[in-house]
Design a binder for this molecule. Structure first.
Ligand SMILES: NC(=O)c1ccc[n+]([C@@H]2O[C@H](COP(=O)([O-])OP(=O)(O)OC[C@H]3O[C@@H](n4cnc5c(N)ncnc54)[C@H](OP(=O)(O)O)[C@@H]3O)[C@@H](O)[C@H]2O)c1
Length: 301
């Protein structure tokens, strides 16, 4: 049973970006790195919330250091600004944790016109990873952890509806975005291997947890979801797959880690098989080309 408390290795000297670190799984991920001695950048879309999280992390105590940075993944311009500022200030980046996410919001779009979940959960993180890749590549032992969800299993990519041109179905769009995260993570590793870089790209899925992710659900929808998937874990436990993927020696690029019990909804980190829709190379390549085209960001290589 792997836990951060018992198994997290010393992260002193490491620089870590956690997107969406002000709450939920991102907060717990940041806390574990802070306790382990890392320099943690809390990359959040709301500065006040980021500062509040930083203070709360300090109160809980850690041997690392903390910094907040403004990152709104719903705006490619702001993603670029975040990356430019980061690259001016930092000479290394050991870990990029692509954690931030939004689930079943009312129909809405990013600044660039993408359906919000596809835009934030995937497109924003694609661009962010691309902008930061040159630094990751030059930092020994660098890893990129992309947080997906069990919802990816029900997902498919509808290339004709990525801007909600046809219709909006909140859970279908969430599943699509989380499938995109897996396809991205696996395809990135293929491309890293092809150019001979040493960076590791790995996916994590946190299982079922009590966080603010359900903020757009009605009370009835929330009860029905809990009825279907069972008891929810505390966010510290949901952070473990991301942490394991980020620090364990037992990790290879292109893999997925998630809780080991109840079909992946609860438990402690373990390697998980990637379902056929998540390892579809044709879909992954098409998605990659699409993302390169719409973001104008090309990497690795
Ligand atoms: N909780 C679960 O059971 C579960 C299950 C499967 C997968 N996940 C995945 O785990 C990750 C973390 O979710 P969580 O459960 O911790 O949810 P959460 O408590 O709602 O946290 C989500 C984080 O993402 C941030 N975020 C949302 N939109 C953003 C944007 N446009 N730009 C930058 N940051 C943005 C949020 O910021 P604000 O607070 O400012 O909105 C928040 O910090 C997500 O990728 C989610 O899909 C969670």
């Amino acid at each position: 049973m792997w836990t951060a408390k018992d198994n997290m290795t010393d992260q002193t000297g490491k620089t870590v970006i956690v997107t969406g670190a002000n709450t939920g799984i991102g907060f717990e991920t940041a806390l574990a790195f802070y306790k382990a001695g890392a320099h943690v950048i809390l990359a959040c879309r709301n500065t006040d919330n980021a500062i509040q999280a930083l203070e709360s992390l300090r109160q809980q105590g850690g041997t690392g250091t903390l910094e907040t940075a403004l990152l709104n993944l719903a705006s490619l311009k702001m993603v670029r600004q975040f990356a430019e500022t980061f690259l001016e200030r930092h000479q290394q980046l050991h870990l990029l944790i692509n954690n931030a996410g939004v689930m079943i919001p009312p129909a809405s779009k990013t600044d660039d016109g993408f359906e919000l979940q596809f835009g934030v959960n995937f497109i924003g993180h694609f661009a962010l990873t691309g902008y930061l890749y040159p630094l990751l590549k030059n930092t020994p032992g660098a890893r990129i952890v992309t947080v997906s969800s069990m919802a990816y299993l029900r997902g498919s990519i509808d290339f004709d509806n990525l801007k909600s041109e046809k219709s909006y179905d909140p859970m279908r769009e969430y599943s699509q975005s989380k499938l995109a995260d897996i396809l991205f993570s696996v395809e990135l590793q293929r491309r890293i291997n092809a150019v001979g870089d040493k960076v590791i790209s790995v996916a994590a899925q946190p299982g079922a947890n009590k966080t603010e992710l359900a903020r757009h659900m009605t009370a009835d929808e929330f009860s029905a979801a809990v009825e279907r998937i069972g008891e929810l874990m505390e966010p510290w436990q949901g952070a473990l797959p991301s942490l394991y993927a980020a620090v364990s020696e037992d990790v290879m690029g292109g893999e997925l880690f998630g809780p080991d019990q109840d079909g992946g909804y609860r438990g402690f980190p373990a390697r998980a098989a990637i379902a056929p829709n998540g390892s579809d190379e044709v879909a992954a390549q098409r998605l990659w080309s699409y993302a390169e085209e719409v973001t104008g960001v090309q990497f690795p290589g």
